[in-house]
Write a protein that binds this ligand. Structure first.
Ligand code: ISE
Length: 336
């Protein structure tokens, strides 16, 4: 039996996932879409091959033909859709963030635990990326000893004028926030942000670049450069310095070229392309798990941890001080 999906939010990532779920992945099918804009809902229904469309969350979630829900609406609208799916007892995959505040994330965690079923997965797709998984496999082998320092860069060629300083955390660093504690199997305890000279390509509401420092429970330090107007490409790097060696994540391969006095290798330009395979693997895995009532990917608890960590980083952007990150102990429900 195919998993019958209702997809909420038909903007850019919504359309990407409609194409992916309807025409690329296996064992699933979109049966309905919804958007607050009628034109958006209708166009997306067409894109999905003429499926049903709605303009409100309860109607699509409670449609008896919908087995599971995918949420691609803007972050502020996630909570309503996720809580509605939990109430209906349906598996729900939400794009990041789980919700926009730590308190809202906690509410989702509590609602899921009260339902007694594992229903929520957050779309932190980097956990499905080949490179990160290769690094994790090496780290988990213990042959390199304990991780001591993690050096990362998250560079975008440019961002829009509505992108401001806190978005460097909520929109951009949020990926490293999730993937790095999973990668080194540790917990964050504090956050600090250093602000170097701002690039001339930025604007007054955005300090760019930024250096974000995260300390972990075991004492490891993560040094993440976020630079969203770097101009040259979408450049994601991760290097883990361990007691007995260094592990460097491979970059996606491009052919090197010799031309006009240069020997060069291109750099990826778009984040959609950089993680395109990860999205496929992530959603196929979600479909297969949802069919048997399981969640293997990032949970609502991971979404909550990311929100608490992001809050500490945003505070650290303002204070310049080392800010504590207090998530509390992971409930037993999420350790199963
Ligand atoms: C965007 O929303 C993403 O998720 C990208 O991965 C990130 O690099 C970019 O900065 C964000 O705006």
């Amino acid at each position: 039996m195919e998993l019958r999906i209702g997809l909420i939010g038909c903007g850019a990532i919504g359309k990407e996932h409609i194409k992916r779920l309807q025409y690329k992945l296996q064992r699933c099918r979109i049966v309905a879409v919804s958007d607050v804009l009628e034109s958006g809902a209708k166009a997306a229904a067409e894109l999905a091959g003429g499926v049903k469309w709605y303009m409100d969350v309860p109607s699509i979630v409670n449609d008896p033909e919908v087995d599971a829900v995918v949420v691609c609406s803007p972050g502020f609208a996630h909570k309503e859709a996720i809580l509605c799916a939990i109430e209906a007892g349906k598996p729900v995959f939400t794009e990041k963030p789980l919700a926009t505040t730590a308190a809202d994330c906690r509410e989702i965690v509590e609602a899921e635990m009260a339902s007694g079923k594992h229903l929520v997965q957050v779309g932190f797709m980097r956990r499905y990326d080949r490179g990160y998984n290769q690094v994790k496999q090496i780290l988990d082998s213990n042959e390199f000893g304990a991780p001591l320092i993690v050096k990362c860069t998250h560079r975008n060629p440019e961002v829009g004028t509505n992108y401001d300083t806190p978005m460097a955390v909520h929109d951009t660093a949020i990926h490293e926030i999730d993937v790095l504690h999973w990668l080194i199997d540790d917990e964050y305890v504090s956050a600090q942000v250093l602000m170097p000279k701002t690039t001339k390509y930025s604007h007054p509401a955005l300090k760019d670049p930024q250096i974000m420092l995260l300390k972990t429970k075991s004492g490891a330090i993560i040094d993440l450069e976020v630079f969203v107007n770097c101009k040259f490409g979408y450049d994601i790097n991760c290097e883990v310095i361990c007691e007995e060696g260094v592990v460097h994540m491979p970059a996606p391969s491009f052919p090197s070229v010799r031309r006009a006095g240069y020997y060069a290798t291109p750099i990826e330009q778009s984040w959609i392309n950089r993680f395109i395979d990860s999205y496929d693997v992530e959603l196929q895995n979600w479909v297969d798990c949802a069919k048997r009532g399981a969640v293997e990917g990032p949970t609502a608890w991971d979404g909550y941890v990311a929100a608490v960590t992001a809050d500490a980083l945003v505070k650290a952007q303002q204070t310049g001080a080392e800010e504590p990150i207090v998530t509390g102990v992971m409930p037993a429900f999420y350790r199963q």
